[in-house]
Write a protein that binds this ligand. Structure first.
Ligand SMILES: Nc1nc2c(ncn2[C@@H]2O[C@H](COP(=O)(O)OP(=O)(O)O)[C@@H](O)[C@H]2O)c(=O)[nH]1
Ligand SMILES: [Mg+2]
Length: 440
């Protein structure tokens, strides 16, 4: 699955791995190859562009963990973005109570609808659900037979009304299911070679009549962007609740899988990975991303390094805060990491109480540069004990940093307020905690 994409991505990253430092330029160079690989895998053009832009933005600031090779960091960023592209978390089928729940399966001819109906039937039969399969494709006699054959294989009842109208077939099937205490009704609707209005109108009718809990669109992963366009049109017309990617076991290039979620906004819920009726899997964005990237080791290594650095830094800072030893030096370090994390306001606003408390303070990103310059012009002693910064020291620091004494005064005042606020936050945070919960 996606072998060629994986190979090309690996080749692109080889150039980054093992390089001491990464510059914006060599990241861009490597991402050019990633971009080409995605487009060759038939990933949607706009999706590819947005993906590369996001990775570039984040990768440039990311190369900072001491124990991690910068190239590995970039791999990690790409992995994160792939997971996001694929939908972040697995989303399961939802069945309603009270029964019967109705799942409506739709898609183009040959996409794998009938097969999916039987696969779903088997899945829920194993979970002790009473299932009814419904042959709602009256246009091709062979379609009814196909479902009957599959139903026999897995010993699940199949409802049909021969060549009756699909709307009538579905309505009667659901009525029968209610009478017979069926848990789950699965509608195998008719497909077409291409989307047409008549088909869509018929499916919309059925949706209105039986109020399905899930409307699953089967998208053939082998057909790349075509599958994405089909999914978009079905979704626009029917508000599909989930996409099922079929034939992911074949030599699909990856385009459909990687674009469909971003283009339709509809979660991929299941993946068909073979012709056998047991070949159905929940769709896990993170697992597929790791498979596509083929660099699982690096990703988990960086995750661990990140977690341990974050933890160590956070602990160090927290200790200082608790002991009220937060100095201008620490403030300087914090500014450095804040700068890496992006827009300052949005970040600060995420910390409860801080957003409001800092409103109006100098948190404009251009201001950070000045603050940095001022702290850089101080001696180590001054940074650690700001109270020694008297008038003549203020003048010296202002001259050294190209600022004014007023600027220095403002910084020291703000720093004092920050310390006060942190003290308050400490009190607030630890109030009510049992004494032995604190490590000091
Ligand atoms: N390899 C593979 N083949 C599949 C999968 N799902 C369906 N098929 C095959 O695709 C063909 C069309 O499937 P079918 O269910 O009849 O499609 P329908 O016309 O949408 O009902 C059949 O030969 C199936 O065996 C899958 O996940 N993997
Ligand atoms: Mg069929």
């Amino acid at each position: 699955m996606f072998d060629s994409l994986t190979e090309k991505l690996e080749a692109a990253f080889k150039k980054l791995l093992g390089q001491g430092t990464l510059t914006e330029d060599n990241i861009r160079e490597a991402l050019k190859e990633v971009r080409r690989a995605l487009l060759e895998a038939d990933v949607n053009y706009k999706v590819t562009k947005d993906f590369i832009d996001e990775v570039q933005k984040e990768a440039v600031g990311a190369a900072t963990l001491p124990s991690v090779d910068p190239g590995q960091q970039v791999v990690k960023v790409v992995h994160e973005k792939l997971v996001k592209l694929l939908g972040e978390t697995a989303v399961d089928i939802v069945l309603s109570d009270p029964p019967p729940a109705v799942i409506m399966v739709c898609g183009l001819q040959g996409s794998g609808k009938t097969t999916l109906c039987a696969k779903l039937g088997l899945r829920y039969k194993k979970r002790n659900k009473k299932v009814l399969l419904v042959a709602a494709d009256p246009y091709r006699p062979a379609a009814i037979q196909q479902l009957q054959t599959l139903g026999r294989q897995i010993d699940i009842a199949v409802f049909d009304l021969g060549q009756a109208r699909p709307q009538d077939i579905c309505r009667e099937a659901v009525a029968k299911a209610k009478k017979e205490f069926v848990d789950l009704v699965i509608l195998d609707t008719a497909g077409r070679l291409h989307i047409d209005d008549e088909l869509m109108a018929e499916l919309a009718d059925i949706k209105k009549l039986v109020d399905p809990k899930e409307i699953l669109l089967v998208a053939d992963a082998m057909t790349g962007q075509d599958a994405v366009n089909v999914a978009r049109q079905f979704h626009e017309r029917l508000q599909v609740t989930g996409v099922v990617l079929s034939k992911l076991d074949g030599d699909a290039r990856g385009g459909a899988a990687l674009s469909i979620r971003a283009v339709t906004g509809c979660p991929i819920k299941l993946a068909g990975i073979g012709e056998k009726l047991s070949d159905l899997e929940p769709f896990h964005p993170d697992r597929l991303a790791s498979r596509i990237l083929g660099m699982g080791d690096i990703v988990s290594f960086v995750e661990k390094a990140q977690a341990s650095v974050d933890m160590a830094e956070a602990e160090k800072l927290e200790k200082k805060l608790r002991k009220q030893q937060f100095t201008l030096e620490d403030m300087y370090d914090q500014l450095q990491s804040l700068k890496k994390m992006g827009p300052l306001e949005s970040l600060l606003e995420m910390i409860p109480g801080v957003g409001k408390a800092l409103k109006g303070a100098a948190i404009d990103p251009r201001g950070i540069g000045r603050v940095e310059a001022m702290i850089q012009s101080m001696t180590v002693e001054e940074r650690r004990n700001p109270q020694i910064i008297n008038g003549s020291r203020r003048k010296r620091i202002a001259d050294g940093s190209g600022t004014t004494v007023q600027d220095i005064n403002r910084l020291l005042k703000q720093f004092g307020e920050m310390q006060k606020m942190l003290k308050n936050m400490n009190r607030f945070k630890f109030k009510g905690l049992p004494k032995d919960a604190l490590p000091f």
